[in-house]
Design a protein around this ligand. Structure first.
Ligand SMILES: Nc1nc2c(ncn2[C@@H]2O[C@H](COP(=O)(O)OP(=O)(O)O)[C@@H](O)[C@H]2O)c(=O)[nH]1
Ligand SMILES: [Mg+2]
Length: 296
């Protein structure tokens, strides 16, 4: 095979400082607005890696595990952890490997709750984000449907109203789905994704988080389409093969104050599930990442 044909599959990365490693390595970036469950998913994911109950293993030194350690301690008692936002962009990087020897780094950013919203409102992306976006081969976006609305917005206002006087009095903000589309558009713009045809790299996985909060939903893709149709259309048309799964990292709501005895007795690793395309649930919450490695 020609070297040039192989090139796009290879990612050069520095590991351990000085050694330039050439590896077929993926860099998976976890994204999501504030309060969608990133930290609790991270803690549950970490627990699975630690006890070996997953298809992935930790492969080297993870950085900056503090927020997850804290969440894990609370979960072990059967409690949720409080929100401890950091004002700046901080990230925790976990090197992982699957049974076939495929490696990846998982990047869990932690940032002040308003950072993503501000990024969208100001139309500007901070430097640290930019670097991450440019190096990422896969994006996993957490979306908590329960907290979002398919509300009227500037796009749903009838065009016939445009000519009428005093339309300004009807000022509306972009809806939740318009905001999410804007976020992905901005990130794509600064990513190395090719503008020709549908996007293949970075791949996009949408995890509908806190799935246990949604009633009567069976298949994740249909749930997304029903709640956020415009966002769903956007994703399907821009990406070559976007994936949509359900995620309940905790399996049930937990209180920060009152301990859930069942949790404390069985351990947090006995809780949490993923909902696959066909609506079947699976206890391996690391699977959305391991399937990306298997596809490499
Ligand atoms: N019901 C339910 N609540 C969850 C789940 N995961 C997280 N939460 C709750 O959602 C809130 C936000 O979670 P957190 O991980 O701090 O979100 P982050 O801001 O994206 O890091 C917390 O109150 C958690 O208890 C879940 O799987 N199910
Ligand atoms: Mg968090």
């Amino acid at each position: 095979m020609l070297a040039s044909a192989v090139q796009p599959l290879i990612h050069y990365s520095y590991m351990g400082g000085d050694n330039l490693m050439v590896a077929r390595k993926r860099s998976v970036l976890l994204l999501g607005e504030s309060n969608v469950g990133k930290t609790h998913y991270g803690a549950q994911f970490l627990k699975r890696l630690i006890i070996g109950r997953s298809s992935l293993k930790m492969f080297g030194q993870a950085t900056n595990l503090d927020p997850f350690d804290q969440a894990l301690n609370s979960l072990s008692d059967g409690r949720a952890t409080g929100h401890t936002p950091s004002e700046t962009y901080v990230e925790s990087i976990w090197p992982v490997i699957d049974a076939q020897g495929q490696q990846a780094e998982l990047v869990w950013p932690d940032y002040g709750g308003e950072q993503v919203r501000r990024m969208i409102a100001d139309h500007s992306i901070a430097g640290a984000w930019r670097d991450r976006i440019q190096g990422g081969t896969d994006w996993i976006l957490l979306v908590r449907l329960h907290d979002l609305k398919n509300a009227d917005d500037i796009f749903s206002r009838p065009l016939v109203d445009l000519g009428k006087a005093q339309v300004t009095s009807l000022a509306r903000r972009p809806s939740d789905q318009a905001r999410l589309i804007e976020l992905l558009q901005m990130l794509l713009y600064i990513s190395p994704a090719s503008r020709d045809g549908q996007v293949v790299t970075p791949s996009l996985t949408i995890l509908l988080s806190c799935w246990d909060e949604l009633e009567g939903q069976h298949k994740p893709r249909e749930a997304l389409r029903a709640s956020l149709p415009m966002f769903s259309d956007f994703v399907e048309s821009v990406w070559d093969s976007p994936a949509v799964f359900g995620l309940s990292a905790l399996e049930r709501p937990l209180s920060e104050q009152q301990a859930d005895q069942d949790y404390a007795i069985k351990g947090p690793e006995s809780f949490g599930y993923i909902v696959r395309r066909d609506g079947v649930s699976d206890a391996d919450i690391t699977w959305p990442v391991s399937r990306l490695l298997a596809a490499a």
